[in-house]
Design a protein around this ligand. Structure first.
Ligand SMILES: *Cc1c(COP(=O)(O)O)cnc(C)c1O
Length: 392
């Protein structure tokens, strides 16, 4: 017998669940790329992409590529070979961004905050204050590290940079957080922000974005190449300059539908929904953790993502639980990533097109898996989770 037939839930931290409206919008013949609807639709995306990033002043460039492409684009437009960047590591993603910089011939300094805690702004401030020659050109931070589920306080980071009186640019990777956790590009003083379309933006993987302000644009180093140059993409005189070639036609239709969904709900409501569903998951985890090996990766709620939750459960229980949930019940959980045993962790993706009954279903499935596999766990997780939903 299988209990998995029916609608599956891909509860991994990207790609995320795609709304039917996004899929329907993409199910069409190829449009005319020379004039008409596609041009109007593409132009209409720009102010909405600025709105979700909460910026009125930053420009946005769209790339046909995943988040890694946006990482490289952000650097290619700003740094020169021989420059120095400072990586703030709270998991493997920011380290990965630094590796991209290193391969471009940039010196990378890294402050490592481990995998359970956010960036400590005081350490950043001290490091920058010691850089009296202002060699450091950019500070690279991840808003939410998707492997550890650590969320960094980007506004506090900006305050620390200002306190040090350092002119470095502030880069933020919001690939896992945009459209899930509150992010305010202008108010928080972020110079460059990158995101992809396949997480909070609910569109199949394939396009990514770089938002940049005038200060970042002026930094322009010697790494910029024709394809990665954000200037023609952000201010095209001809339509094909948006993408340096053929447009990602169907992704644009899908993204249009996704942005319509987000803006119709309202960003504040989107953030509140993610926050409440995250608290629902944490309530269940707290009860499971009361007796047995399961432990959330991040102790303090304020330091946790609202889009992904990482939990350790000991090898090989992470693997066994994931397999049980997927094959018995149709729920796919994320694997452990980075400096943790891949088979001793699991992650719940709760980003984008996710509602209360999906989360309660996922938690109920995990609860059943813990029982079926005889993994010791505290009781009352589902009761606690439903109380969060009931009183939200
Ligand atoms: C997913 C993710 C990436 C990588 O994005 P890809 O689309 O897989 O290239 C980078 N940073 C963060 C924080 C992510 O969540």
């Amino acid at each position: 017998m299988s209990l998995s037939n029916g609608r599956a839930y891909l509860a991994i931290p990207g790609p995320s669940v795609m709304p039917d409206a996004v899929l329907r919008a993409m199910h069409r013949a190829s449009p005319n790329i020379y004039e008409g609807e596609l041009h109007d639709l593409t132009r209409s995306l720009i102010p909405d992409l600025q709105a979700v990033a909460m910026t009125q002043t930053a420009k946005v460039a769209i790339y046909i590529g995943n988040g890694h492409a946006a990482w490289e684009a952000a650097l290619a437009n700003t740094v020169s070979r021989g420059d120095t960047v400072l990586v703030l590591a709270t998991g493997p993603f920011c380290i990965g961004w630094g590796e991209v910089a290193a391969q471009m011939g940039v010196h990378v300094e890294t402050l490592d905050f481990g995998i359970n805690a956010p960036v400590d702004p005081a350490r950043v401030s001290a490091h920058l204050a010691a850089d009296t020659g202002h060699r450091i050109k950019a500070v690279l931070a991840v808003h939410v590290d998707t492997s550890t589920s650590v969320k960094n306080d980007i506004a506090a980071l900006r305050a620390a940079m200002d306190a040090a009186g350092h002119p470095a640019l502030l880069f933020a990777d919001c690939i896992a957080s945009l459209g899930c956790d509150r992010f305010e590009m202008d108010a928080w003083g972020v110079d460059v922000m990158v995101a992809g379309c396949q997480k909070g933006l609910m569109t199949p993987a394939g396009i990514s974005f770089v938002w940049f302000n005038a200060k970042a644009d002026a930094a322009r180093g010697d790494c910029v190449t024709r394809y990665w140059d954000w200037r023609p993409r952000a201010a095209p005189e001809l339509f094909h300059q948006y993408f340096n070639g053929t447009a990602p036609t169907h992704h644009l239709y899908g993204l249009r539908a996704a942005l319509d969904i987000i803006l119709a709900e309202g960003l504040d409501n989107v953030f509140a929904r993610h926050a409440t569903l995250a608290r629902t998951i944490w309530a269940a985890c707290d009860h499971w953790a009361a007796d047995g090996p399961l432990q959330m990766n991040v102790a303090q709620p304020a330091h946790r993502s609202h889009a992904v939750t990482s939990a350790g459960i000991g090898s090989p229980w992470g693997d066994k639980l994931r397999h049980w949930c997927e094959h018995r019940c149709g729920l796919t959980l994320g694997i452990g990533l980075g400096r943790v045993p891949a088979d001793g962790y699991f992650r719940i993706g709760h980003m984008g097109h996710v509602n209360a009954h999906m989360i309660m279903g996922a938690l109920g499935t995990i609860d059943a898996g813990l029982k079926a596999l005889d993994i010791p766990h505290g009781r009352g997780a589902l009761e606690a989770a439903s109380s969060v939903i009931a009183t939200a």
